[in-house]
Design a protein around this ligand. Sequence first.
Ligand SMILES: CC(C)(COP(=O)(O)OP(=O)(O)OC[C@H]1O[C@@H](n2cnc3c(N)ncnc32)[C@H](O)[C@@H]1OP(=O)(O)O)[C@@H](O)C(=O)NCCC(=O)NCCS
Length: 177
Amino acid sequence: MTESTRVALVLPIPKLVGSFAACVAVVAEERRYLGLVHGRSEGETREFIESVWSDGGQVMLAIDGDLVVGWCSTIPQTSEGFTHLAHIGMGILPEYRGQGLGRRLIDNALGWAWNAEYERLELSVFTDNEVAVHLYRSVGFVEEGVRRRARKLDGQYKDITFMAIFRPDLEQNPPSA
Ligand SMILES: CC(C)(COP(=O)(O)OP(=O)(O)OC[C@H]1O[C@@H](n2cnc3c(N)ncnc32)[C@H](O)[C@@H]1OP(=O)(O)O)[C@@H](O)C(=O)NCCC(=O)NCCS
């Protein structure tokens, strides 16, 4: 059995919150892939999950036993005029990457979001994160623009690419402006 075939996708339950916080911390502390460079505490992680749920979004966890090895959050916008869209964020522990788990998580998030009747999903990704950009393009996200030198960390700049995808029925038949 490979590492990825052991992995299940589940909604957060209380006993997984600490492991979820630890998983985010590992990816954040790589300082390469996320805007976040430090993890959140267990309490902050619980509050994050509850706030996403109360706004009508979803947090999906990838678990290997009781170890959270990845996540994908679908975070709704709540301001009036923007409630048709949600923002995607995801990450996977280094040893679980490159085995199809990212694709499983993003496919799950798209299916969930379209079923929940969101119309547009957005994300931002460091432009040099070729694996993530490739994955997002492959499921239909389209680049909308680049913020140049948008982050300066450890003396190094990174550009940020904005990507978005529309619900398939809207892409075929765009509503009138
Ligand atoms: C980006 C990330 C979520 C992708 O998930 P993953 O499980 O590693 O990717 P998958 O195994 O599902 O592969 C997705 C695609 O990327 C390709 N890919 C995966 N790893 C790769 C690598 N190291 N080099 C080149 N291509 C790679 C796969 O071949 C696949 O494409 P294909 O189906 O056309 O062959 C994951 O690598 C990760 O968590 N990275 C660090 C955190 C991060 O970047 N988060 C996103 C911030 S916007």
